[in-house]
Design a protein around this ligand. Structure first.
Ligand code: PPE
Length: 304
């Protein structure tokens, strides 16, 4: 974490960062019963703007629905709360983390007797995969398989999913890699520990379909639209492990990570080691989120 905020929104009130605490018997802490979002705010020529806030909040409500949590606030109340947190903390660019969780109520797996709490924190978060990420990150295919929707639905952005992601991430880091790529139980490529993945081959982009068991990433969706606007075709199809090795280019997408080229997978250099298409998409993405592209005005929520 780089620069933290000074206030956190907790169940309708702004509290000091130091006081933004929960009880140790919070249900979610024991049983993973939480859903969350990660959202970025960027400086634009018209002021700071939250990127695709409505889409992130829609996904938050969907995630909560899957886990039978009734968010006790309307979408527009949470929109205002996000803007308030950003403005109060005085950030012009930051990362925002709303979380909906089963709080302090009763112990035992049953979450239904514990309250649904909501909080929103923000902090300044630099490049998620390191300062040199634009030069390409090194990945390994994890020995851990991605959770399947038959056990833990990957399309819900649930805290529980990240126990699986953390196993893969630790394995990658302790083996000297930057990030893990996880396969599903059928052996198809799914996603990174905190990013979706794209493959470029002969000028065509592919990315695993939601049915492979991936989060429907909002950056993934943005990149698909940008690529199409650039005249590239994009297909949502299964990608096999060997298709990773034979790609011309591979890249990761995520709110935190943005658009990051993959330089190497399991010791194999990807393509020629240059990523012209990835870098073009990355550049366009960064222009877009900073409000420097025409179109997509509906993706911006201005803080002031
Ligand atoms: N897959 C996973 C598993 C994932 O965690 C993310 C986001 C994505 C795909 C991309 O989704 P989107 O941000 O909507 O494009 N990961 C978030 C959390 C990372 C973290 O370490 O915390 C993020 O990027 O905010």
């Amino acid at each position: 974490m780089s620069v933290r905020g000074s206030k956190v929104w907790m169940d309708g009130k702004l509290v000091d960062w130091e006081d933004a605490k929960v009880h140790v018997l919070t249900h979610a802490l024991h049983y993973g019963t939480a859903v969350f979002e990660g959202i970025r705010v960027y400086k634009t020529p018209r002021g700071s703007a939250v990127f695709r806030l409505k889409d992130h909040l829609k996904r938050l409500y969907d995630s909560a629905k899957i886990y039978m949590m009734n968010i006790p606030y309307s979408m527009s109340e949470l929109e205002e709360a996000v803007k308030l947190v950003v403005a109060t903390n005085g950030f012009s660019e930051c990362y925002v983390r709303p979380i909906v969780f089963r709080g302090y109520g009763s112990m035992g797996v049953n979450p239904l007797n514990s309250p649904v709490n909501v909080s929103i924190a923000a902090w300044e978060w630099g490049p998620y995969l390191g300062r040199n990420a634009e030069r390409g990150v090194r990945c390994m295919v994890s020995t851990w398989r991605r959770i399947s929707s038959q056990s833990l639905p990957p399309q819900a952005k649930s805290s529980a999913n990240y126990a699986n992601a953390a196993l893969a991430k630790m394995e990658a880091l302790t083996n000297g890699f930057d990030e893990a790529i996880m396969l599903n139980t059928e052996g198809y490529v799914t996603e990174g520990s905190g990013e979706n993945i794209f493959r470029v081959k002969s000028g065509v982009l592919t990315t695993p379909p939601a049915s492979a068991g991936v989060l429907r990433g909002i950056t993934r969706d943005t990149v698909i639209k940008l690529a199409q606007e650039m005249g590239l075709s994009v297909e949502r199809v299964n990608i096999s492990r060997e298709e990773l090795y034979t790609a011309d280019e591979l890249f990761l997408t995520g709110t935190a990570a943005e658009v990051v080229p993959i330089r190497e997978v399991d010791g194999r250099q990807i393509g020629t080691g240059e990523y012209p298409i990835t870098l073009k998409i990355r550049e366009r993405y960064l222009k877009l989120v900073h409000g420097e592209l025409d179109g997509h005005e509906d993706w911006f929520t201005f803080v002031n």
